[in-house]
Design a protein around this ligand. Sequence first.
Ligand code: GAR
Length: 198
Amino acid sequence: MKNIGVLISGGGTNLQALIDKQGSVIKSGKIVCVCSNSAGAYGLERAKKAGIPTKVIRKNADCGGDTDEFNRRVCEYMKSMNVDVIVLAGFLAILGGELLKEYADRIVNIHPSLIPSFCGDGFYGLKVHEAALDYGVKVTGATAHLVNEITDGGRILLQKAVYIEDGDTPETLQRRVMEQAEWIILPQAVEMICAGKV
Ligand code: GAR
């Protein structure tokens, strides 16, 4: 069994999908901690309800705005919890430095588009869906990929397509991409890594 550490920034619906799929889809790993870069993230409540230890590490308030220090602190926490595999589940800060080296090929991210469309710096959360609707694409989706030093540039593990519907808003599209793609492929990708299939 691998130890899974989850990083979040917000609502944590992807974290919830991971919690719910432990034992069924995720058979080779167990969530041992959840770390947020925002103290108000609702995902922290989801973790507490599931009995999972939580930690808040904020770049500005705790690390003086220093990116290297932030990465060092997150890495230190993950190591202290004996984490083998890190999952970015709606984590909206960019990771770098020591953490990427220490956990190379063992960090997975979920991105709410079909990479290489609508990804990279500045494309996160609702902005991704706004960009897809502005462009007028008819199909979007989600991508689970490994994390390296290039934003959304690591090896693709799984993708799932979602159709855009007439009258979609960024909010309705975000919800459908989560339901039909993210909550399905993220747990599958986590299992792939934990089972040594990546
Ligand atoms: C999700 O749609 C996730 O794909 C996206 O943020 C949302 C978080 O929702 N992540 C990114 O845009 C990363 N670049 P959640 O907190 O409910 O899981």
